[in-house]
Design a binder for this molecule. Structure first.
Ligand SMILES: [Zn+2]
Length: 90
């Protein structure tokens, strides 16, 4: 197990605010084959990292999701992701 503050914890950049955090403090989002976004630390595929729901909108505005996954991500899926992150961070 890794401890908080462990220097070996990889640093990731939030695609919304571009701040860098240990990946344990970020949510890993993955796009599945149906175009739906899930928040899952272990799911296969490319991950996009976000601090929380507040970073979904800035990421959408700068098309960071499309760039992270190299495809057009549906606005509906992004909206559902925002709601999901809001639940997780309540
Ligand atoms: Zn952020």
């Amino acid at each position: 197990m890794t401890q908080p503050g462990d220097a070996r914890v990889p640093i990731r950049t939030c695609i919304g605010c571009r701040h860098r955090h240990p990946q344990t403090r970020l949510h890993r989002c993955v796009l599945d084959a149906s175009g739906e976004i899930s928040v899952d630390r272990r799911a296969p595929g490319r991950g996009a990292w976000l601090c929380g729901p507040e970073c979904v909108e800035p990421a959408r505005r700068k098309r960071a999701f499309d760039r992270a996954w190299r495809t057009d991500v549906s606005p509906e899926a992004i909206a559902r992701l925002g709601a999901r992150l809001a639940e997780l961070t309540e």
